[in-house]
Design a protein around this ligand. Sequence first.
Ligand SMILES: [Zn+2]
Length: 332
Amino acid sequence: MICNKCLLTQEFPGTQFSSDGVCNHCRSFEEKEDNLPYETQFIELIGSIKSKRPYDCMLAFSGGKDSTYTLYLLKHKYKLNVLTYTFDNGFISKQAKENIKHVTEQLDSDNITFSPIFDLLKKMFRSAITNKNLYSKAALMRASAICTTCINFIRYHSLKCAIEKNIPIIVFGWAPGQIDQRSIFIKPHYSFLAKTQESYIKAHKDFLSMCQDRYFLSAESFKEHADNMPYFVNPLLFNNYEMNEVKRVIQSIGWKSPQDIDANSTNCLLNTLGNKIHINHFGYNPYMQEVSELVRDGFISREEGVLRMENNLNEAVISYCEEKLELNSEYT
Ligand SMILES: [Zn+2]
């Protein structure tokens, strides 16, 4: 059963349908509060930090459509000096790499690309795939276990980089549907970040415990920098995220859509495998909630949502990922 209004199915945790085929999330949907006050806070913050350091902010930059549009906004709308940070998980598509080079050049921004030893990432991805209890069910409602592995590495490693480079803001290109309102503009308390980082490292302790200081802040560093934890800001939540406009803008600076990736990613080949495993295990696509929210909020049409949920898994890409991670056919 699939909701008549959004795209949730009964497999999605906590979903019930009324007799007219509409899900409880759609029935209780209310227009979200206006996000513009967050932009006012962001602009005030910019006023207090601008041009006092080599970089005003660091942007987690995958080279995908959303982070590209975010970089455009940071440069053209907010006039910031941005250091882009790219995490190379070994599966960035060739076109996405070309986009990263081209877009950062076009938008006059430095880029650091961080590539941890692939053998370490391989072990972490394999563990995320084979150990079904590595992350909580709640953590996996919006992202596959593979994505969750990367997202957290990026979050805590970019934090260490920003602290070391004295950068006061970390910007993420999360789009509507991907995070909740409380995360649009925050200055997290150091102890919260230290605690969530610790549970991530603990989940991967077999591989990370020997080398965690290379990648992440130590408990002492968190305390030492307690007063200068950066702000975390998600500008796409308080800007126009109408898809045709996003595409128009990024294409105008020469961004090209990679052709070897599924409909819900514009940079990472591994995303497809993560989706396949998630669907096999939980019975729903990890993008279901996000795309349903986009439909409810009117950012995309239901027809486009349906297209995104059609899981045209590219078998060649999946085989490539399986081989690179040395997975045998029994892993799912
Ligand atoms: Zn619904």
